[in-house]
Structures are given as C-alpha cells and as structure tokens.
Design a protein around this ligand. Structure first.
Ligand SMILES: [Zn+2]
Length: 117
C-alpha cells in the first residue's frame, strides 16, 4: 500500500467521524484540507494547517509584535531630542526640533491606541 492510499484511508476515516472537507487545499501538498472541530488538518502531510486569514491580519500581527520595540525607539529619540532642545538657542532650529517632538509624541500616542493582545 502506498502512502497516498494511506492518507485517503485516513481522510475517509476522519470524514466518517464528522470532519468536513474544505474547498481550500494544503499549501504543502495540495490535498484537500479537513476541518475537525476548530482544527484544520491535512491527512497527506499528517499535520495541522495554520491558516493566516488575510494579509491584513498577518500585517497587524507583525505590527503588534513590533510595538514594544517601536515604543522603545520613540522613547529613546524623544530623550535625545529633549537633550538637543535643552542646549539649542537658535529659534529656527528650536521650531524644527519642537515640530519633530510633536510628531514623535503623536506617533507614540498612536502606538498607545493599538491594542496588544
Ligand atoms: Zn498536505
């Protein structure tokens, strides 16, 4: 018996036990994906499939994992900006620096509005 027969047998067995076959196919081998309760499973690869629902979701997950780092960077920039402003006396430069500070603070505030799970 080949591996292929084996996976078809397994698939049939799972279907009998209430699994449903999805229109999606396994990204690894192209076999139809089975849904068992909340799990997606490929009988050919004999593994669970993790499906990222959309690009947008993947992106927001990536952003979320980056949040602490972003916040840290912004804080560091604000700190050094604060030191520069302290010793700066030129009004034109101060105006630019103040604008930059506002931008950094806005960015920091925006980060705060993104919820981390
Ligand atoms: Zn597969």
């Amino acid at each position: 018996m080949t591996d292929n027969d084996d996976s078809i047998k397994k698939m049939a067995e799972l279907l009998r036990r209430g699994a449903t076959m999805l229109a999606q196919s396994c990204p690894q081998c192209g076999s139809p994906i089975l849904k068992i309760q909340d799990d997606l499973y490929c009988a050919s690869c004999d593994r669970r499939i993790v499906v990222v629902r959309s690009d947008e979701e993947a992106e927001s997950t990536a952003v979320k994992t980056m949040l602490p780092k972003l916040r840290e960077t912004l804080m560091r920039k604000l700190q050094s900006l604060n030191e520069i402003i302290e010793s700066e006396t030129d009004t034109d430069k101060l105006t630019k620096l103040a604008n930059l500070m506002v931008l950094l603070l806005q960015a920091l505030h925006k980060l705060g509005t993104i919820h981390e799970d």
